[in-house]
Structure formats: structure tokens, C-alpha cells
Ligand binder design. Structure first.
Ligand SMILES: Nc1ncnc2c1ncn2[C@@H]1O[C@H](COP(=O)(O)OP(=O)(O)O)[C@@H](O)[C@H]1O
Ligand SMILES: [Mg+2]
Length: 345
């Protein structure tokens, strides 16, 4: 890395007209502060906006994959509801805080009983982030508290899997499910950040960021920042170096070789990936994702390929993650495209 590229990786030192003395991670710097800026899941966000306007927030559970804006939207909601009273009116407990039964019994209860002056028609809010890491016991202790104090205090829970929240709490809450973000939604946000940070990029680089992030905005933004500060240019090549995933172009060349029945070439490319140190799981997952969107394959072949990839994935997960296993897959994929006569003796 040249020193000039390191200098280029520096963010401008001013945001919204105020000086910031150090560089924040971009995920934090560009964390939306109002619901309008949260991208994706438009129907669900619309509902939150209505709640933010009318004020009568129900107990909420927001569930979904990491990095898609759950924590962000709860904070936006709380800010929009309470305004200046946010400090007194909100208690946040996340996975890094102690959240055992005692805390629920004492701390949360004490907060719920506390008197604070809020805008009319608003409630105190308890935010329980990553609530699926709370023990069932602690959740049990919560259920009655939620009911008793519901005239003054509302609970917002965020979790990755809503089935880790015990049934009685689920039935007391409105459950909002967030879906993974669409490629176009991630792209839009990345372009905005590139613009603000004056990042140099090419289309290939953005495609790679979207491919590697799999709908996770946090990952996409983090990878953008790592690539930019590490290499000073966001190209496909650099992104894959940072993310340490098999390059889809190499995987495409394997699949292309298979579809022509060129087993030697396919094996050579496969070994190339293997020698770079990728695990069998990394490789098979990338093969699947590449085949899924590979336009050069006719529909029928694609289906047959995905079936074979599925079987191999299963074997790998069972513990047989060897080069032979992957080689076997490549051989079967090749064979499907060779004339059957070749195999008659
Ligand atoms: N829907 C989104 N719109 C805009 N930025 C987002 C969105 N989702 C995630 N981000 C970015 O990713 C970071 C992490 O989001 P967060 O809400 O903490 O994710 P999680 O769903 O895991 O709680 C935010 O700081 C923000 O920069
Ligand atoms: Mg979160």
C-alpha cells in the first residue's frame, strides 16, 4: 500500500458543519437518525412512521438478519417519539449488558415506576436489543412487568430469530419482520456514501460489495471502508481481497468449463481456489450463488447443477470437506454435458 493511497482513505474531517477530531467507522457515521433515511422494508418502516407520528407505540418485536437496520430503526423511532426527553425516557439494554432475572426484576421495574415528564401521549421506552440472547427465565420475568406498566412504559425488542422469544412475549407484541435488503437498496446507500467520502470506485467494485454482503448493509459499508482505506480504490479485485471470499469470476470459469465438458480446465481452476486456502464450504457456497445467477446456463442444466451442488454441500457439512469431494462434483457437472456415447464400452 502506498502512502498516497493511505492518505486518500482519510475521510473529510467535517460532517454537517461540525469538526470531528477522529475518523468514525462509516457504519456509525452514516447510521440513519430519522426513519426516512432507513432504506428498504418500506412497508414495515411506513408502519413505524405512523407509530412515530401518532405516538401510541405498541410493544414491538423486530426480527431479521444482522445489519439490516433493526437497532437503527428502533432508535430512530424512540428519538422521533420522545425528542428531547429521549435521555430520561429511554432505557436501552443490549446483549453486552447484564440482563438476567435480577436486572429485569429490579432495574427495568425501577425504570418503569420512575416518573418522568414526557410529551403528551408518549410513553417511556425500554429497548431490549438482541433480545434473543436473553435467557428464557429473564424473558419470563419480563412478561408480567410488560403488562403491569404498559400504561406508562412500552417495550421494543430486536432479535435475529423471533422464535427465541418466548411465546407469551410474542403474543403481547406486534411482530415486525425485516427482510434482507435488496441489491438496489444497498447500491443506493453505497453510492451516497461514496459520494460523500469521495471514494473512487468502478462498477465491478460495487457489484462485488453487493455480492459479498448478501443483503447485510453493515457488512457492505464496512467492506467499502476497508477496501477504500486499504487499497485506495474500490475495484472487484480489491473487494475480494478484503472479504476473503473465492472470486466469483474464477468460480464462473469453473462452471463454464463444466458446461463445455472440459474437466481438465475445471479441475485446474478448482485446485487454484483450493490452493489459495479457501475451505470447502466457502467454495461450495460461492459455486451455488454463482450458478443461481449464471445466465449462460440453460434452465434445465441449471436445475440439475443446483441439485448436485446441494448434495455435495450436504456431504461437506457432514464433515467430508475434501478436494476430492469438490472434484467429484465438478466431474459430475462435466459429465452431464458430455455425449452419453462416450461412456459406453
Ligand atoms: N436499512 C438501512 N438503511 C440504512 N443504513 C443501514 C440500514 N441497515 C443497516 N444500516 C447500516 O448498518 C449499520 C448497522 O445497522 P443496525 O441497525 O445496527 O443493524 P441490525 O439490524 O443488526 O441491528 C448502521 O449503522 C447503518 O450504517
Ligand atoms: Mg442490532
Amino acid at each position: 500500500m502506498s502512502s498516497s493511497s493511505a492518505a486518500k482513505g482519510k475521510a473529510p474531517e467535517r460532517v454537517n458543519g461540525t469538526d470531528i477530531p477522529y475518523e468514525l467507522p462509516w457504519v456509525e457515521k452514516y447510521r440513519p437518525s430519522v426513519l426516512d433515511d432507513v432504506v428498504g422494508n418500506s412497508d414495515t418502516i411506513e408502519r413505524l412512521k405512523v407509530i412515530a407520528r401518532d405516538g401510541n407505540v405498541p410493544h414491538l418485536v423486530i426480527s431479521g438478519m444482522p445489519g439490516i437496520g433493526k437497532t437503527t430503526s428502533i432508535h430512530c423511532l424512540a428519538h422521533q417519539l420522545l425528542g428531547d426527553a429521549y435521555k430520561e425516557g429511554v432505557m436501552e439494554l443490549n446483549a453486552s449488558d447484564e440482563r438476567g432475572i435480577d436486572v429485569v426484576r429490579n432495574k427495568i421495574k425501577a425504570f418503569a415506576q420512575k416518573k418522568v415528564t414526557l410529551p403528551p401521549g408518549r410513553h417511556k421506552i425500554v429497548i431490549l436489543d438482541e433480545a434473543d440472547s436473553m435467557t428464557a427465565g429473564a424473558q419470563q420475568a419480563l412478561r408480567r412487568t410488560m403488562e403491569i406498566f404498559s400504561n406508562t412504559t412500552r417495550f421494543c425488542l430486536a432479535c435475529n430469530m423471533s422464535n427465541k422469544i418466548i411465546e407469551p412475549i410474542q403474543s403481547r407484541c406486534a411482530i415486525l419482520r425485516y427482510a434482507k435488503l435488496r441489491d438496489s437498496e444497498i447500491l443506493k446507500r453505497l453510492l451516497e456514501i461514496c459520494e460523500l467520502e469521495k471514494v473512487e470506485y468502478n462498477d465491478d467494485g460495487l457489484t462485488a460489495l453487493i455480492f459479498t454482503s448478501e443483503g447485510d448493509m453493515r457488512q457492505a459499508i464496512n467492506n467499502l471502508q476497508s477496501t477504500w482505506s486499504g487499497f485506495g480504490f474500490v475495484s472487484g479485485e480489491n473487494v475480494f481481497k478484503v472479504c476473503d471470499q473465492p472470486h466469483p469470476v474464477v468460480v464462473q470459469s469453473i462452471i463454464r468449463a463444466c458446461s463445455k465438458g472440459e474437466v481438465d480446465l475445471a479441475m485446474e481452476k478448482l485446485e487454484e481456489l483450493w490452493d489459495q486456502g479457501y475451505s470447502a464450504v466457502d467454495i461450495i457456497v460461492t459455486i451455488f450463488r454463482v450458478v443461481k445467477t449464471f445466465d449462460e446456463l440453460p434452465e434445465y442444466t441449471k436445475l440439475e447443477y443446483i441439485k448436485e451442488i446441494g448434495f455435495t454441500h450436504m456431504r461437506i457439512l457432514e464433515g467430508v470437506g475434501t478436494l476430492i469431494q469438490l472434484g467429484g462434483l465438478v466431474a459430475r457437472l462435466c459429465k452431464m454435458n458430455m455425449k452419453p456415447e462416450l461412456f459406453r464400452f
